[in-house]
Design a protein around this ligand. Structure first.
Ligand code: PLI
Length: 467
């Protein structure tokens, strides 16, 4: 649209972000030729691009948020004592206040917490049911000798299915997993807020309550992946009858009260660049975590974070629970998602909490799944506009632990992940237009072959060549 283009007169009132910008960072502008060279050198993997070659970075919402002036002010109050930092006690207080768990063990980020809880609770041969896998979570469960079993409702695997709570657990499936393996082989059920690999889809409180009732009967714990639980709570407020007038913070507390502990990557909901924690209610599990954190992360009052980082997390937790903040955060994701949906680009519906997920299978039916259509699509979008996205399909799913075969997930997606408080509506317009034009020319996109495959979490470092 040019400066002189006319817009139709308004028929509604808009909302705007509950903040204003007081510092900016220049973003690199590149030519198509430069981008073609950059993606070739990166082995057609957007993780291997240099950020200097990226215009709008929608690789992830993890650790990419803009901190507030209040968080930055907190950074200056870092107490860098090796032991007993006051920032740890502030963090502990905020986790107890907002999430409601009794005990807090800080970790450098989410996977540090996943490592600890997997090591403590999982014995070789155990089975961990969950509402769809997440890459690092499943890997730590497997490294501890366990096996992940997916018990999410089947609707979650269908991109066009508009079920409002696609993150729900299929209770019949969970029941049959318990019957088949016995409660003794199930150390916990793993429940994630706004399920990442399903497209950022929430569970309902009604469903979580039913899971709690069933697990209580069998004496099985629930461990929550609280990484994006505030976004999940926002969807409950918007969609679940009876919650429309509850503050998001109250809904988060209610969710957590139905679980026995959580792992947390503070790099998402909590608006920081680094940090995480494990929170628990059981004293003996906590004691073991406090023992192990010293081995793998750092002393139990810093767990791999600087004092200043813990202060930023403590303050970020409080900011993340604000209803105006979360409405604007998810609202921006919806702005992008609605544009793409209206322009006929196939995306996962409903639009998720942290990103818009393109359905690469629907977009590139001419590319076989074994030739990684989502990986190829992410590379094509980058070349078109310098917008960096991420594959969430076959490459991310990896190989089966038992047979070494590649998983063939039903969902073959490209994630346009929106960092919190970072980009403007104009950035979203540029992204949507790029995806639209790539969609128009989709028949030109060819598949890829993998020429280098790392052993763990291969999507981060794998390299490809065009077919
Ligand atoms: O990246 P970490 O280690 O702080 O957190 C791991 C992690 C755990 N659970 C979930 C649901 C995640 O999304 C997650 C990390 N996600 C990343 C890095 C992402 O780009 O989605």
């Amino acid at each position: 649209m040019t400066d002189t283009a006319r817009r139709p007169r308004p028929t509604r009132r808009s909302w705007a972000e509950p903040f204003r910008i007081k510092m900016v960072e220049k973003v690199p502008v590149t030519t198509r030729e430069q981008r073609e060279k950059a993606i070739r050198e990166a082995g057609y993997n957007t993780f291997l691009l240099r950020s200097e070659d990226v215009y709008i970075d929608l690789l992830t919402d993890s650790g990419t948020s803009a901190m507030s002036d209040w968080q930055w002010a907190g950074m200056m109050l870092g107490d860098e004592a090796y032991a007993g930092s006051r920032n740890f006690y502030h963090l502990e207080e905020k986790v107890q206040q907002y999430y409601g768990y009794r005990y807090v063990v800080p970790t450098h980020q989410g996977r540090g917490a996943e490592h600890l809880i997997s090591r403590i609770l999982i014995k070789p041969g155990d089975v961990i049911p969950g509402n769809m896998y997440f890459t690092t979570t499943r890997l730590h469960q497997e490294l501890a000798g366990g096996r992940f079993v997916d018990v999410i409702i089947p609707d979650a695997h269908e991109p066009q299915n508009e079920h409002p709570f696609k993150g729900n657990v299929d209770l019949a499936k969970l029941k049959s997993v318990i019957e088949e393996h016995g409660a003794k082989r199930i150390p916990y059920v793993s429940i994630a807020g706004t399920v990442n690999m399903a497209g950022g889809q929430p569970f309902s409180l009604e469903n979580l309550r039913a899971v709690r009732e069933l697990t209580n009967k069998h004496g099985i714990r629930i461990i929550l992946d609280a990484t994006r639980v505030v976004e999940n709570a926002y969807f409950i407020q918007q969609r679940e009858p009876g919650y429309e007038h509850r503050p998001v913070a109250a809904i988060v507390k209610e969710i957590c009260s139905l679980t026995d502990g959580c792992t947390m990557s503070a790099k998402k909901d909590s608006l920081v660049n680094i940090g995480g924690f494990l929170a628990l209610n059981e004293q003996d599990v906590y004691e073991e975590a406090r023992n192990l954190v010293v081995v793998f992360e750092g002393l139990h009052t810093y767990g791999g974070m600087a004092g200043r980082d813990m202060e930023a997390v403590a303050r970020g937790i409080e900011e993340s629970m604000d209803d105006d903040h979360i409405r604007a955060r998810v609202g921006q994701v919806y702005y992008l998602g609605n544009l793409l949906r209206d322009w006929g680009v196939p995306i996962v519906l409903p639009v998720g909490g942290h990103g818009v997920f393109l359905d690469a299978k629907a977009m590139l039916p001419h590319v076989e799944q074994e030739h990684y259509p989502a990986q190829a699509l992410a590379a094509a979008i980058y070349v078109d506009s310098g917008v960096r996205s991420m594959e969430r399909g076959t490459v991310s799913a990896g190989r089966k632990k038992e047979t070494g075969e590649e998983y063939r997930p039903k969902l073959e997606l490209v994630r346009l992940t929106i960092p919190r408080r970072v980009y403007t509506q104009a950035h979203m317009d540029v992204v949507a237009e790029s995806v639209y034009f790539v969609h128009q020319e989709r028949e030109r996109i060819r598949g890829l072959k993998m020429v280098y495959e790392p052993r763990y979490l291969r999507f981060f470092q794998a390299r490809f060549e065009p077919l």
